[in-house]
Design a protein around this ligand. Sequence first.
Ligand SMILES: Nc1ncnc2c1ncn2[C@@H]1O[C@H](COP(=O)(O)OP(=O)(O)OP(=O)(O)O)[C@@H](O)[C@H]1O
Length: 253
Amino acid sequence: MVSLALKDVGATYGRRTVLSGVNTGVLRGGGLTAVIGPNAAGKSTLFKRIAGLAAGPGLVHLSDTAKGREAICYMPQDTGANAVLTVYESVLLSAKQGSGWKVKDGELTEIDRALSALRIDDLAFRGLGELSGGQRQLVSIAQALVRKPEVLLMDEPTSALDLFRQIEVLGFMKRLAAHSGMAVLIALHDLNHALRYCDDTVVISGGSVVASGPTHAFITAEMLKNVYRVEARIEACSLGRPVVIVDESISSA
Ligand SMILES: Nc1ncnc2c1ncn2[C@@H]1O[C@H](COP(=O)(O)OP(=O)(O)OP(=O)(O)O)[C@@H](O)[C@H]1O
């Protein structure tokens, strides 16, 4: 099963350093890891650095994969839409990325499977340009899945989805990771999703990792105060699940 570890990883845009000294333990395949932190903390940049799309020092160490960097797929926050393509064509194009243009039967089956797992098979022959934001986000997930990554970096993949779709997609990703051994890192703003679906969490603030390890140990009232500047409580809901309740922001005055 694939695993990923970051050692003294940094990232720069031109002369500007936005990420430095990022170290994590070994992030193993088979589950979801949340990457959390305030706006502009460096979550997307970390994903771009891991995927080789941003420059910077340090080591992104991948183990137990024969594919090297090819094992990694980055699903960006803003996916943009090539209005000329249909959903099916765009997913097919993604599946063929980096390989020849000859389409095998198995690949079409994989596409059908991804569209159906995300319940967007009815959109297959609609143009990308005529989809809603949430529908486009589901298509982006399908595009990522058909590339069969071993490490999948999902940048706020549920931000445009309704409540039903959010839990459906995260539940599906959790089962898929457990079944396939894929390592899935998910940048999230909804910390209740992190608590419910992610075994491990990496907390980023101001371009550095401030904590990395088991989710329940790190999503705490103290972390929320220090990193997010809010007074909050973690309490058990009526089903016994921990939930974050935010009481108020802490003024910087
Ligand atoms: N292409 C770029 N060139 C220069 N600076 C950039 C670029 N992309 C991001 N930045 C800067 O890097 C910092 C980290 O941005 P990043 O997008 O990684 O944050 P984030 O944690 O993903 O934020 P958010 O939660 O708002 O999506 C920010 O200060 C941002 O302005």
